[in-house]
Design a protein around this ligand. Sequence first.
Ligand code: HEM
Length: 206
Amino acid sequence: MKYAVVIKPIVFLLFLAPSLYYFYAVYLALNGENILGPDPAQTLSLATGEWSIRILVVALAITPLRYLLKMPRLWNYRRMIGLFALFYVSLHLIVFLMFLLQWQWADIGREIIKRPYITIGFTAFILLLPLGLTSFQAAQRKMGRNWKKLHRLVYVVNVLAVIHILWVVRSSYFDALLYGSMVFVCLFYRVLRHYSLAVRQFSLRK
Ligand code: HEM
């Protein structure tokens, strides 16, 4: 118990820190000092996108790591990390709407339809929303078995996020391939575990 009281706020601050840095950078930019490089809007868009995928992958890796490292306590961080993923994806979307589209509402629908990588990114965001909204214990209790089914959408979100990144990437494919292989390994682990548990249950029944 004491362990979680110390570690949880540290984990919280670690995940919050990148956003605080970028909020500070935007604050400086509004006051005439630029620390975001020659294209601040693009820097913000890339940074929030990078943090979104990193945290999504961490959230997905919790289940395999929990079993492989025999650390059941990792489970306690899943909700916080998942909500941070939603937080960074929302920031990424806000940067897109604010700095790249300058709140031109008429352009938003057109961009979503016209650019497939935006369609895919936006779909990932929409699918992530109900997961965030139902991540609380009360919702989990109320939804029963359906909660687990709904939260399987996180696999789809990760796959869509990787497709979005592969599509949007302009120069190096390194990051896209790195995140893509991490998502693949996490999903493959789950499939393997599911089948090995099913086989074990079947052989016990015989
Ligand atoms: C799960 C959701 C999402 C993730 C994980 C994600 C992640 C990323 C990443 C990592 C990049 C940088 C790719 C590179 O290295 O070049 C990126 C770029 C971009 N994303 Fe997303 N994204 C998501 C959703 C969205 C949404 C909802 C939108 C807007 C509706 C969006 C719009 C963009 C745009 C416009 C870029 C290009 C930025 C530029 O090059 O200036 N993304 N995204």
